[in-house]
Every structure is written in structure tokens, then in C-alpha cells.
Design a protein. Sequence first.
Length: 79
Amino acid sequence: MDTWIWVLIAILAVIVIVVVVWLARSKRRTTTLRDQFGSEYDRTLQQTDSRREAEVDLSARRERRDQLDIRPLTAAAQE
């Protein structure tokens, strides 16, 4: 076989691998957000135009929450 055919095969293989990795990451992201937000994930999905838009919104919420200093209340503060 000519060299250009091997190069073409290698390029196609790299493209396929990149697409498979991208799809796997996307599915993992969706699963993680769905597990973390539960029914809020479904509500946000219904209120937005696309799944991508909903997931961007939920990811932003998660990042904002991670920046907060959340501590348990003392017993006196709870009462």
C-alpha cells in the first residue's frame, strides 16, 4: 500500500477515537449532573431549549455552590 493510504487510515482512526472519547465524556457529564441534581435536572431540561444549555446552567450552579463556605449550624443556631 502507498504511504498516503496509511496516513489516511491513521487520521481516520484518530478522528474516531476523538469522537468516542467526546461522546463518553458527554454521557458521563450528563449522568453526573442527573445524579447530583435529581428532579431539578429534569425541570431545568424542560425549561431550556436544549440539553446542552440545561447542563451549562446546572454546571454553573454547581460551581457557584462550590465557592460558598458551607458549614453546619451549631445546636443553638438550629433552635
